[in-house]
Ligand binder design. Sequence first.
Ligand code: GDP
Length: 304
Amino acid sequence: TKRYDKGLAKSRKGFGAMLNSLLANFRSVDEDFFEELEETLIEADVGFETAMKISDELQEEVKLRNAKRKDDVSDAIIERLVDIYEAEGQDEDNTLHFAKEGPTVFLFVGVNGVGKTTTIGKLAHRYQKEGKKVLLAAGDTFRAGAIEQLAEWAKRVNVDIVTKPEKSDPAAVVYDAVVKAKKEDYDILLVDTAGRLQNKVNLMKELDKIKRVITREIPEAPQEVLLALDATTGQNALTQAKQFKEVTDVSGIVLTKLDGTARGGIVLAIRNELHLPVKLVGLGEKMDDLRDFSPEEFVYGLFK
Ligand code: GDP
């Protein structure tokens, strides 16, 4: 739980405190209690559907266990929240996948401003520290300044980068990067892309082309297609995710700026409504502020 302490301070004061106060004023598990619980969950961006699900399941469980004491109810809530992540039949794989041999490729998608570039920088730093040979590909050739921004990160964390001038074909940048990664034995290639949801057909074509270029050189790549979502945008993040799912195969979510919201419940909504695993969370702007997502640490972090 320590690792989440700082980054979850806001959600702990918001979402966590609301749940704790609900439990503190707890007298009996009656209708009012569950109504208040639903309101609290919705308030925390858990989403209507997910809030109802948690509440319904909890009512069952409280009955089943004959839970009357505050601690029992509190335990049941915590377990439900964690269980949302481990529900049967769902892909419960929160981990990142790597190539057994040769370069691993992660493709990053998401709209402007969600924290894609920053996440790539943080992840590059992580792998560089682990002694891996890291290459970045500046595939967002559309947004002004995106190439430069990624190049700055490359310099800051001391990894290599492949760039082309603004407005170049992103697939051409990615091609150069993949060839370089293969030839020069890089362990991992992190690919930035432009996330223009305004034109879904074009975005779909662009991402398809990028993927084809990668797969042609490395058949089992990309190992991950990671969609970055900004936790502070709440239900909008869910809408974005639904749209991206229509455009490309997303393998996991990077939930950024979790430190910037008091409504950390969005994590649960993503899991329950999109059936996509949150694999990484951003807990700040610095290079060390990226964590692998752990449901237990997250939920316990809220209640501490
Ligand atoms: P991109 O357009 O998706 O590449 O987004 P950027 O990486 O440029 O990030 C947009 C802004 O969000 C920048 O000011 C980042 O410093 C900030 N940012 C990114 N991730 C996080 C995070 O986890 N926490 C906080 N507080 N800020 C973040």
